[in-house]
Design a protein around this ligand. Sequence first.
Ligand code: RIB
Ligand code: CA
Length: 311
Amino acid sequence: MPATPLIMDVDTGVDDALALLLALASPEVELVGVSTVAGNVPLSRTTDNTLRLLQWAGRADVPVYAGAERPLVRDAVAAADVHGATGLGAAQLPEARTSSAGDGVEFLLKTLQARPGEIILAATGPLTNLARAEAQVPGVLRQARQVVIMGGAVRVPGNITPTAEFNFYADPHAARQVLASEAELVLVGLDATHQVWLAQAALQACTGPYAAFCRAACEPVIAFESVHYGSAGMHVHDPVALGAALWPQLFRTQQLWVDVEASGELAAGQVVVDQRALASDQERLGRPVACAVDVEQARFLELFTERVLTP
Ligand code: RIB
Ligand code: CA
């Protein structure tokens, strides 16, 4: 079975880094390029982290394209308190010898239009690049074979506000525009990613060339999450989202009519689901999107561990 071409749009970040390593280790896909966006840390850092990681993993051949340095409308937010000042936790990677190959939005436009229907686009940060691409060339996201998004909280609480997940909160206008596009979307929100818990003990027990990096990178995330979730470990949001593209059989999705609250003091970034019995489909908010509601977390962790932590 030939590998499917994959583009990742990332805000590297610790779990973005784990997702990139998972992509590199997965024969189902061929990582043809990465666009970066401001999110967990500023754009200069998300871009440098991505370049360093790919080089360290022996894949400096994968081009990296710097995208948006700020959200469409709102002021930039960050999550350095979780991912550490550099965005890669306590990990230290050698300086990158390469730099951004160009503009991230231009890369998405060019590549998706050059290979219609072929490419899986996995977005694991704020959706600013994807929204800007769709605004420039309406319908361009539909050129992707599939757009898998780590973002949103459909029927569970948010993680950065009571109602919003970080990526959707960071750029709610972009999230709203991408969900409104005609793209073949799979939304992997906290509903699914919070079902997968990487225990610190499991991480400590791993060997393999990436294990030491993963332990150092995950250190501050585990420290942060262990306090809030009462157990030593962390969620691995971005690898789970990529997993929905690699192993769809491990995920249960539901077609839900969804939209995103783009403004508002309390609910910016909230995913609003319209399940009104009294509304016809023509009257519903938003549009139908495949939302991941369940994941076989044990099998996911087995595959993730095999490919990233103990190859
Ligand atoms: O809410 C989790 C998401 O926000 C992940 O993608 C993490 O990397 C941060 O970007
Ligand atoms: Ca991310």
